[in-house]
Write a protein that binds this ligand. Structure first.
Ligand SMILES: NC(=O)c1ccc[n+]([C@@H]2O[C@H](COP(=O)([O-])OP(=O)(O)OC[C@H]3O[C@@H](n4cnc5c(N)ncnc54)[C@H](OP(=O)(O)O)[C@@H]3O)[C@@H](O)[C@H]2O)c1
Length: 255
């Protein structure tokens, strides 16, 4: 009989209706975890639930806007009502921004939209996750920042600020809660072909070539190339990895 790596474990994936979140939810399910998926698009979420069910796995979609504290409270209430524990949390929901003017001319509403999703949304989820994991004696949290969480980029100040902030918050929380057997780390993807990049194609048809040109391997990555790293971070083999980031970026050339 095949023994799956995460049999009996409960994993939360935010932003699981597309891209890296979806790929990671499928990967967790393949390894036997029961997966709770959170995002705003109900129909897309149910599609992933069905895909996991067809492969013999178990999952649950909870319609959630991570910017909304009431939604986030309800998400974690559902997890506890259904499973009574949470072993892994992948805080991955995020939005990008189109190129904007420089910092001093940046649009206020756009700044808030990006920061509320990519930073405040992660913080709101982490508060619940850490509380649950402390009470149950441990767990693993992985956040998605970006290669733009460690370097800047022209016209992307809100996105870069949100991702640097997310990385800093995870590093701090990792120090604060490792004594509670909670491991917190961050992945920093380079350009990955997901809806996020595809949405920008009508405005910038050369987007994929430009992004590929920023990597040493001269290609963009696939969501599945991220999922494997997230799963590894959740294993006991990653037990000495605390408050750090992994860049999975095709050898991103930063300048
Ligand atoms: N693609 C890249 O090149 C790249 C590179 C580095 C880092 N990242 C980061 O990787 C993460 C995943 O992005 P992706 O590339 O996989 O993009 P994607 O395909 O656009 O997926 C983004 C996911 O986030 C969810 N989401 C967005 N806003 C949300 C909200 N307010 N509440 C709940 N869920 C929300 C979306 O679902 P709904 O629309 O259904 O809510 C979707 O499932 C993001 O944090 C992104 O910043 C992406």
């Amino acid at each position: 009989m095949e023994i799956k790596m995460f049999a009996g474990k409960i994993a939360l994936v935010t932003g699981a209706t597309a891209g890296m979140g979806r790929a990671t939810a499928l990967a967790f399910a393949r390894e036997g975890a029961r997966v709770v998926m959170a995002a705003r698009r109900e129909e897309r979420g149910q599609d992933v639930v069905e895909q996991i069910a067809r492969a013999g796995g178990e999952s649950l979609f909870v319609k959630t806007d991570v910017r909304n504290p009431a939604d986030v409270d309800a998400l974690f209430q559902t997890i506890m009502d259904r499973y009574g524990r949470l072993d892994f949390a992948f805080n991955n929901a995020g939005v990008s921004t189109s190129h904007n003017p420089t910092v001093i001319k940046y649009d206020d509403a756009e700044w808030d939209r990006v920061l509320e999703t990519n930073l405040r949304g992660v913080w709101l989820c982490m508060k619940h996750e850490i509380d649950i994991m402390k009470k149950q004696g441990g767990g693993v949290i992985v956040n998605t920042a970006s290669i733009l969480g460690v370097v800047g980029d022209w016209g992307l100040s809100s996105y870069c600020a949100s991702k640097h902030g997310s990385l800093g918050m995870a590093k701090t929380a990792a120090l604060e809660y490792c004594k509670d057997n909670i491991r917190i780390n961050t992945i920093c993807p380079g350009p990955i072909i997901t809806e996020m990049l595809e949405k920008a194609l009508p405005f910038m048809p050369t987007m994929l070539e430009v992004m590929a040109g920023k990597t040493a391997v001269r290609r963009v990555g696939r969501p599945e190339e991220i999922a494997g790293a997230v799963l590894w971070l959740c294993t006991d083999e990653a037990g000495f990895m605390i408050g750090k980031e992994i860049a999975i970026d095709g050898g991103y050339i930063t300048y």
